[in-house]
Design a protein around this ligand. Structure first.
Ligand code: PNS
Length: 164
């Protein structure tokens, strides 16, 4: 059984994330979407909210599991018996950081491969930060997030913005 980890902050989940998770679920027997619990930059969504939104957004994918993780990604991957880390690559701007992480993870555990999937062209520009910015400024976030969680995300963004 081939298990892959799709790690990230998912603050919040976007259509870009769902695209990568869906494609990974076709390549591997099991995909664990690992949500980083303690995000350095303060997350807008709690770990429960981020996990819950991901569960709803990936409901139809039977071999996908959502879980929180903390500490080193390779430790978590080993613990879950995963052999690959799947990441989405958008523009060139992603490359340096992703390359650095992939090489670091390879040094930490050479048995775990990092696999990059190129983002589909319609999601090239998409990020969780863009979703928060557009939502906060009253824009339409429907082209960026799964329909089933759109309202929930909008509500949270507006609640969070009032607290700031
Ligand atoms: O969605 P993000 O914020 O780009 O995801 C970053 C993530 C979670 C993949 C990265 O921060 C991570 O792997 N954190 C765990 C800590 C770790 O293993 N660091 C060493 C590898 S660089």
């Amino acid at each position: 059984m081939r298990t892959a980890i799709c790690p990230g902050s998912f603050d919040p989940v976007t259509l870009g994330h769902v695209d990568i998770i869906t494609r990974a679920s076709k390549l591997f027997d099991r995909v664990i979407v690992a949500v980083l619990v303690n995000v350095e930059k303060k997350p807008w969504f709690t770990i429960e909210e981020r996990t819950d939104l991901l569960k709803k957004a990936t409901e139809g994918l039977k071999n996908v599991e959502i879980a929180g993780f903390d500490g080193l990604l390779v430790d978590y991957a080993r613990q879950r018996e995963a052999t690959a880390i799947v990441k989405g690559l958008r523009a060139v701007s992603d490359f340096e950081y992703e390359f650095q992480m992939a090489l670091t993870n390879n040094k930490l555990d050479p048995n775990i491969e990092t696999v990059f999937l190129t983002t589909s062209s319609e999601n090239m520009y998409l990020s969780s930060s863009i979703v928060k910015q557009v939502g906060l400024l009253g824009g339409d976030i429907s082209p960026f997030v799964p329909e089933c969680v759109q309202e929930e995300i909008l509500l949270r963004i507006r609640q969070r913005s009032k607290l700031k």
